[in-house]
Design a protein around this ligand. Structure first.
Ligand code: FAD
Length: 506
């Protein structure tokens, strides 16, 4: 049976993986209730993407959800690279990375999804399981969507679709987009097991040898996520038994790892792929629907969270009539560049591991002495703290170049800003503040830096000035010094994508 229903709700989310769930959480926080459909009949119980990076923990913190993640996870503070015989080759530590969170939170993906789902349920948002989107077509009233649930077809129109359906996204297909790029050679196994090595759970390990690698990453309950490359000659389609997998891991590590209690395992391929267009103005691609990176970088699930956070505040402002279409255009520009950066970082890590394997074939690899400055830059890249939206139309400045975070970079203490609106943080005196308050009432809060204890140098205005911090905690504009001309430029910047006097609650 087919039925036509009214053009509600305004926002449809396709898929309840991490991207769809976090987008829904963020939309709700910004005052928009989406409809969210999921083709699975019920939640899955797969371990998959486990490590949440420091920059993503900040986003989760801003979303008011950090406590359950901190409680449910192990906190990974270091990663060791080990060579044959488990000899340590390198260490990456997350200490002093310039972030409130100096660790990753590691927990199974099903648990991450459960936390987000429970939050949505507590907000009255129900995920429609067993509901598959079959088609998304252009319609004069928006987008015409066909879904099938329990053998019944429903057709409705919606204003916007967030395509969070994973690698085989129907939203992406409806945009005639594909994931361009490459698939890495080889086949890989991911598993959730226990081992008998005396390892502390605050440290992940990558073990390399002449035949390949094993990645051993801690999970709660003394469990470990294991990645391993298969033997080249092994082309079986069925998964190895627990004993075969244990034997493979021991060969890769060169010692008896004592693996046991296999809970979940899967084959997977590694990709470096992205869609060329993340949006057509009404459809937006998020997470694996938009890009696939090597899990060796551990950034796939994290990029999904970042995509979700970026589109949610922009879409909410537009849905409320407070944002201009330029705001939505910026999603593809900003996340497209950031997602390509994720692919590059994951590719660097992937290639570094492959180079170490090649070196092991000639004996014990020797690495150059660690350079602390380069090392910190690598750790910050790995932690996704170096994401910058510089060059976006939503980022500007009227100031001389100075040291410190530039417009487009994250405000380093963004976790200290509350609410869902923009903030203008003023360091010292600034003109036009009453005008700003009146014109952007409800959309922008003006904050006196001295009363909040914000540091001018850390904000990129060592000699005073004003910065605009966007709802996602990124610096949108810098006015330094804060005089009539630069503050007028900040005001004009806001007017390029916000509607004055539209009074959204901050
Ligand atoms: C075996 C495996 C191991 C992995 N290991 C890691 C890792 O160690 N580290 C890491 O960072 N990442 C890892 N990943 C990747 C990580 O799981 C993904 O990056 C992450 O799940 C992306 O989230 P997403 O929400 O974009 O997509 P998904 O999690 O794929 O969610 C998409 C959802 O959309 C639903 N859906 C699809 N089509 C429709 C439709 N037409 N209608 C309704 N619903 C639909 C699907 O059922 C699914 O629930 C792994 C992935 C796999 C498969």
């Amino acid at each position: 049976m087919q039925s036509e229903s009214a053009a509600e709700p305004t926002v449809l989310i396709v898929g309840s993986g991490p991207a769809g769930l976090f987008a829904a959480c963020e939309l709700v926080r910004h005052g928009v209730t989406p409809r969210i459909v999921e083709s699975r009949l019920e939640p899955h119980h797969e371990t998959r993407g486990t490590a949440l990076q420091p920059a993503v923990l900040e986003l989760i913190d801003r979303g008011g959800l950090i406590e359950p993640f901190l409680d449910a996870s192990v906190h990974i503070k270091r990663v060791h690279v080990l060579g044959p015989g488990l000899q340590q080759l390198a260490e990456m530590t997350l200490a002093n990375i310039g972030c409130k969170y100096e660790h990753q939170c590691s927990l199974p993906q099903w648990h991450t999804e459960a936390i987000l789902r429970e939050h949505l349920e507590s907000c009255g948002v129900r995920i429609e399981y067993g509901t598959q989107v079959k088609a998304i077509e252009d319609d004069p009233a928006g987008l015409r969507v066909t879904v099938e649930a329990g053998g019944r077809e429903e057709v409705f129109t919606t204003s916007y679709v967030l395509g969070a359906g994973g690698a085989h996204s129907i939203t992406r297909h409806s945009m005639h987009e594909h994931l361009a790029g490459d698939t890495y050679g080889g086949r890989y196994i991911v598993a959730d097991m226990k081992h008998r090595l005396p390892y502390q759970p605050e440290c992940g390990r990558v073990i390399v040898g002449a035949e390949g690698f094993v990645l051993v990453s801690p999970l709660p309950d003394e469990r470990w996520l294991i990645f391993v490359n298969r033997d080249e000659a092994d082309t079986r389609s069925e998964l190895p038994s627990a004993a075969e997998l244990s034997e493979l891991l021991n060969r890769r590590a060169g010692v008896d790892l004592g693996m046991h209690d296999l809970r979940w395992a899967s084959y997977f391929n590694m990709h470096m792929r992205a869609a060329e267009r993340l949006s057509d103005g009404r459809r937006f691609l998020l997470g694996d629907a938009a890009h696939l990176s090597s899990p060796m970088g551990g950034e796939g699930i994290n990029a999904a969270f970042m995509d979700a956070a970026d589109i949610a505040w922009k879409l909410a402002l537009v849905v409320h009539g407070s944002g201009k279409p330029a705001l939505l255009d910026s999603y593809a520009a900003e996340r497209g560049a950031a997602d390509h950066h994720v692919l590059e970082v994951s590719n660097e890590i992937h290639n570094a591991v492959m180079e170490l394997i090649a070196m092991c074939r000639d004996g014990m690899p020797t690495l150059p002495p660690a350079d602390p400055v380069k090392g910190m830059a690598i750790v910050r890249r790995r932690s996704m703290l170096d994401v910058s939206y510089a060059g976006s139309a939503l980022v500007g400045e009227a100031s001389a170049a100075v040291e410190g975070p530039a417009p487009g970079e994250r405000f380093p203490v963004r976790h200290r800003l509350s609410g869902t609106g923009h903030h203008v943080i003023v360091f010292g005196e600034a003109p036009r503040l009453d005008h700003l308050r009146a014109r952007w009432n409800g959309l922008v809060s003006v904050v006196d830096a001295s009363s909040e204890g914000f540091d001018a140098s850390a904000a990129g205005v060592p000699n005073g000035g004003a910065i605009l911090v966007r709802p996602d905690g990124f610096i949108g504009f810098r006015a330094a010094p804060a005089d009539e001309a630069t503050m007028a430029a900040l005001d004009a910047h806001l007017a390029s994508y916000l509607v004055p006097g539209s009074h959204q609650a901050v």
